[in-house]
Design a protein around this ligand. Structure first.
Ligand code: SF4
Length: 352
């Protein structure tokens, strides 16, 4: 079949694409297709599902930094790594809401809150539930990343109004144990199941630059695309090599391969938001432009991404202007409900 016919075929079947099962060899062939063919197909699929010039803006706040018991080889927040990062306690609910309001006023439509935990403890649940309720009342979409979740915890977060839960699978199943040993790939998938079963939208993606092969990248996307439902949001990160972590000296990712991965994610998960996530500080404007053309339609804004740098908002605004890109609007009603302040005992526990 000619390239043009294959593209026509792909576009014609795009409505089924989010439900179809992908084969590894089929996905690998797409990943290795001539670059222009791959990008044309990705852009064609993208246009069929999204405004091609709109990018969703999310703001990320670290509500509890460092001291994590997990051993993710890329992460400065692992207590087992030697990165210079001091651990903090869980942030107060009021402070989170002040920051969320600022983010909303600056144009962010989704507020993501991340805590460096293996999983939330019972004593933390009341606080994170209050954070979700408070951010939701500001009229923003809410997202949390707190580590592994039980079905009960997922249900409580859903009841509080949580829209998205981020839990990245990071890499392929085959490469996973080379990067993390304190939990398994299956643990990750179990939490994704619990989140989806609770009715929360899944945000799950991975990181490039962990010493993985092209097959690992493709396999990671095949796992995501073949979930019972593909994630609503797929962050694709480029490793920020942090001194003191085992991956400090990992070889850099070829920018062309990074763009290929974005394009493949767009084709395999046509209705998902593909997020150009960590690593943008090391990307040129031209590389970011290629990623948007390949189908990335979400970014994090703000100067920090949990603990690493992110391009300043002015720089993003200038790039958007140069590319004719505008922020994606969120059509939600701003609720005017009052959020109850956490009770004194909760505040005391947070300060522990
Ligand atoms: S990536 Fe998350 S789970 Fe892994 S060490 Fe860092 S904070 Fe902990």
């Amino acid at each position: 079949m000619s390239v043009a016919a294959r593209i026509e075929d792909a576009v014609a079947s795009q409505s089924e694409a989010s439900r179809r099962k992908w084969a590894r060899d089929e996905a690998l062939a797409l990943y290795g297709a001539p670059f222009n063919d791959l990008l044309f197909q990705a852009q064609t699929v993208h246009r069929a599902h999204f405004d091609p010039n709109a990018v969703q803006l999310s703001r990320l706040l670290s509500i509890k930094t460092g001291g994590c018991p997990e051993d993710c080889g890329y992460c400065s927040q692992s207590a087992r790594n030697e990165a210079e990062l001091s651990a903090s306690k869980l942030m107060e609910v009021e402070r989170v809401l002040v920051e969320a309001r600022k983010a909303r006023d600056a144009g962010a439509t989704r507020y993501c809150m991340g805590a460096a935990w293996r999983s939330p403890k019972e004593r933390d649940m009341g606080f994170v539930v209050a954070m979700v309720e408070g951010v939701k009342a500001l009229g923003m979409e809410t997202c949390m990343t707190l580590g592994m979740l039980s079905p009960d915890q997922a249900g409580r977060l859903k009841a509080a109004g949580l829209d998205y839960y981020n839990h990245n699978i990071d890499t392929s199943e085959a490469h996973y144990a080379s990067v993390i040993t304190t939990r398994t790939f299956a643990d990750r998938l179990e939490t994704l199941d619990n989140v989806r079963e609770a009715g929360i939208k899944v945000c799950s993606g991975g990181i490039l630059g962990l010493g993985e092969t092209a097959q690992d990248r493709v396999d990671m996307l095949v796992t995501l695309a073949n979930l019972p439902e593909p994630p609503d949001s797929v962050p694709i990160n480029m490793l920020i090599a942090i001194p003191g972590t085992p991956l400090e000296h990992a070889p850099k990712v070829d920018p062309i391969d990074f763009v290929r991965t974005i394009a493949l994610a767009r084709i395999m998960m046509p209705t998902s938001h593909v997020r150009l996530s960590a690593g943008r500080t090391e990307m040129s404007d031209e590389m970011q432009a290629m990623c948007f053309f390949a189908g990335a339609n979400s970014i994090f804004v703000g100067e920090t991404l949990l603990t690493a740098g992110n391009p300043e908002e002015d720089k993003d605004a200038v790039l958007f202007q140069r590319l004719g890109i505008h922020p994606m609007e969120l059509k939600v009603e701003v609720e005017t409900i009052e959020v109850e302040a956490p009770c004194a005992s909760m505040a005391a526990a947070a300060a522990e």
